[in-house]
Design a protein around this ligand. Structure first.
Ligand code: MG
Length: 170
């Protein structure tokens, strides 16, 4: 059984992960409108991963005597001037999610909730990958975004990202 503090934090995290999916759905739409369909695809895969994260937290709650309480999902910002702004927003958002995961981890540690700590280990590692991916996109944009031919090739490469189910199974 999870205590009330952990239950509340995980319920909030379900909402934040669905917000992440919604945020990136907006990004995917923005890139689609701009004609950068590879970037749109990349973010569309990200949407599916974020939904998976939300479902993993939900399932973890259910498996441990907790009751999911669904909250309103905030409307994300959808107006941007240029692609780099979305890439920067991705980096900022992932850093924020990392802080959220670390906060839950820290509370689990204080509460001696070792099961939740073990569950969160996967997410701690996952956030490292998310931040790296976001950083790589910014670097590559700065290298190739200014030249139409290079940008075409970069965008084309991003069409190949495919969704794979998370390695964490509950
Ligand atoms: Mg996530």
């Amino acid at each position: 059984m999870l205590n009330d503090k952990i239950t509340e934090l995980i319920n909030t995290q379900i909402n934040r992960e669905f917000y992440s999916a919604y945020l990136y759905l907006g990004f995917s739409t923005w890139f689609e409108d701009t004609g950068l369909t590879g970037f749109a695809n990349w973010y569309n895969v990200q949407v599916q991963e974020e939904r998976d994260h939300a479902m993993l937290f939900l399932k973890y709650l259910q498996n441990n005597g907790g009751r999911p309480s669904l909250q309103t999902i905030e409307c994300p910002k959808q107006n941007f001037e240029n692609p780099r702004q979305l890439l920067e927003a991705t980096m900022e958002h992932e850093k924020y999610v990392t802080r959220l995961i670390h906060d839950i981890y820290n509370t689990a540690f204080e509460e001696k909730d070792f099961r939740t700590m073990q569950f969160l280990d996967w997410f701690v590692k996952e956030q490292g990958e998310e931040e790296k991916n976001a950083e790589d996109l910014i670097k590559r944009w700065d290298l190739f975004g200014g030249d139409p031919k290079s940008l075409y090739m970069l965008d084309n490469e991003l069409t190949s990202r495919i969704y794979t189910a998370p390695s964490l199974v509950l």
